[in-house]
Design a protein around this ligand. Structure first.
Ligand SMILES: [Ca+2]
Ligand SMILES: [Ca+2]
Length: 166
């Protein structure tokens, strides 16, 4: 239970039984992380080709955004994982200012703060075109965000992109 180490005094009092008036609304699927998954281009436009040269793995991406109004957050140590257990760890420092974002793209390329991009340095696709789950973990291993999708249920316009957070 995380109440004891993260909630301020007022909430801790409420949790102790004074009533739950100050408790956060129930949002079971949402996490309090500053960084969340903004959206995913799980199906790269065009026919999938995982060739490092001339393929389109770069067009498959996950957008991660800093939703904090005040805190800078370094991506170093954060991880993403798919339903099959394929994992990518952000090994380099990349600071996201409030409102800032990056696109984690497949394929090989040069990471750029100015261009808001980090490459997985892997030309294979990671996000399945039919259904998958996107896990996002903080450096300490706590879950920062998670979203499952299916093409039929979550991508009604069929453009291969799903938006999760504004
Ligand atoms: Ca895909
Ligand atoms: Ca869509």
């Amino acid at each position: 239970m995380r109440i004891s180490r993260t909630l301020p005094v007022a909430a801790a009092v409420a949790a102790a039984g004074v009533l739950s008036l100050t408790a956060a609304p129930a949002q079971a699927a949402e996490y309090s992380s500053a960084l969340k998954i903004k959206g995913v281009q799980y199906d790269a436009p065009g026919r999938d080709s995982n060739k490092c040269s001339g393929g389109n793995t770069k067009d498959e991406y996950l957008t991660i955004k800093n939703y904090s109004k005040t805190a800078n957050v370094n991506l170093k140590g954060y991880k993403v994982k798919d339903a099959a257990g394929n994992t990518f760890t952000f090994t380099k420092s990349h600071t996201l200012q409030p409102g800032d974002y990056i696109k984690l793209r497949g394929g090989r390329g040069t990471d750029s703060d100015a261009k808001n991009v980090v490459y997985r340095q892997n030309c294979n696709f990671i996000w399945n075109n039919d259904k998958d789950t996107i896990y996002f973990y903080k450096p300490g291993g706590a879950r920062a965000d998670v979203h499952s999708y299916t093409k039929t249920a979550n991508d009604r316009d069929g453009n291969g992109y799903i938006n999760y957070h504004g």
